[in-house]
Design a protein around this ligand. Structure first.
Ligand code: MRU
Length: 381
């Protein structure tokens, strides 16, 4: 399986996603600053992956200090150092809640550890590093459960009675490259394929940054999953085409509000509207860490706006480069002088979502037509 994040005993490497699908190159991340830049510059992307890389980047830095015997003796000092780095890391990208959730949880953990009597700076750093590493393993396990839950739900609710296979459409990249492995929405596709329930998967190009054509398509080819790439503008025609026979659309999420409204890659909302029109099931797949009970509704979610050049230009490999090192050339494709609006995400209202697939099950709306998210967190630590 593809691995976007490699971590072993304080050494962190990430697959540089700016070079994909042309070159598979891992780059070292040694400090919180390295992590911040990798996230901001989209060398790593996808809500769960961003959170994990941020925490492991700080772990790598603490590990170097620890090896050089430079961790402050006093628990309070180490706690302050970690808290400052967390404040910095959380500023790298605003929309995905997984990052702020990880920061909140690990901050609280180090605060507790530092307040225990007899705690040393080393104890606090060790507690942080262990918790960050645990996040990596837990995310992978959760994704496998999401994949399984989603595949079973789709077979039970979206397959035609006479048919034992389904065709799905997915958007953006939600696979191994966007998580610690397996993926969320693409994990559902993977699980359908493993269970031999998948007839075909369609993935959108996902303009303007092309996560679909560059990353999802790369993963689908890598795993030999039967799949076809479409441009975003072809989705309506695809759903109208009975030969394609799309049963369900499955997407990931950057933040799910308490009422089920979901922020995800720009274009998701349009797909949900199309799904409703064509009577196709529309599902959001996300771990509990993406559900933000503190945000009441979609209108409260801050949507990141990205540079105009992502819309006005495309990037491609310079001829003759691309085996082990790559030079990307940027080519302008839009008329000079035109204004650009480039929101990275949009909000899909919960009314358009048929189910939220998580590691603890698939949540559907209650009899009142509303999502009651709180129940998902019963029995959670
Ligand atoms: O801007 P990106 O590439 O980080 O956006 C990624 C997405 O929007 C994904 O669909 C989302 O984070 C779900 S990740 C499993």
């Amino acid at each position: 399986m593809l691995q976007a994040i490699k971590y072993h005993e304080g050494r962190l490497e990430i697959l540089d996603q700016l070079q994909l699908p042309f070159v598979e190159k891992y780059i070292p991340i040694q400090t919180a600053e390295d992590g911040w830049h990798a996230i901001k510059e989209m060398k790593v992307r996808g809500a769960p992956a961003i959170a994990i890389v941020a925490m492991l980047a700080l772990s790598a830095e603490l590990s170097t200090f620890s090896a050089a015997d430079q961790i402050p003796q006093a628990a309070k000092e180490t706690h302050e150092f970690i808290a400052k780095k967390l404040d910095y890391l959380v500023t790298s990208r605003p929309t995905a809640v997984n990052l702020s959730d990880a920061v909140r949880k690990l901050r609280s953990l180090v605060t507790d550890r530092a307040s225990q009597s007899g705690s040393t700076g080393h104890d606090v750093a060790a507690a942080f590093m262990q918790a960050a590493e645990d996040m990596l393993g837990k995310d992978l396990e959760d994704n496998q459960k999401i994949g399984n839950n989603g595949a079973e739900w789709i077979l039970a609710h979206a397959a035609k009675s006479e048919d034992s296979q389904v065709t799905v459409l997915t958007h953006c990249n939600t696979g191994s490259l966007a998580t610690s492995g397996y993926g969320t929405a693409l994990g559902v596709v993977r699980s359908l394929a493993t269970k031999h329930i998948l007839r075909h998967a369609y993935c959108t190009e996902t303009r303007p940054y092309n996560q679909g054509s560059r990353l999802t398509a790369f993963e689908l080819v890598h795993d030999s999953i039967p799949a076809t790439l479409i441009t975003d503008s072809m989705a309506a025609a695809l759903l109208a085409d009975s030969r394609a026979g799309v049963n369900a659309i499955v997407v990931g999420a950057d933040r799910v509000a308490a009422n089920g409204d979901t922020a995800n890659k720009i274009g998701t909302y349009g797909l949900a509207v199309l799904a409703k029109h064509h009577g196709v099931k529309f599902l959001v797949a996300a771990p509990l860490t993406t559900i933000d009970l503190a945000t009441k509704a979609g209108e409260d979610i801050i949507i990141e706006e990205r540079p105009a050049t992502e819309v006005t230009s495309i990037k491609g490999p310079r001829e003759g480069t691309g085996t082990d090192s790559l030079t990307l050339d940027t080519v302008r494709i839009a008329a000079p002088g035109i204004n650009v609006w480039n929101p990275a995400f949009d909000i899909t209202p919960s009314t358009l979502i048929d189910g939220i697939i998580t590691e603890v099950g698939v949540l559907e709306k209650g009899d009142d037509g509303q999502y009651h998210m709180g129940g998902l967190f019963d029995n959670q630590a």
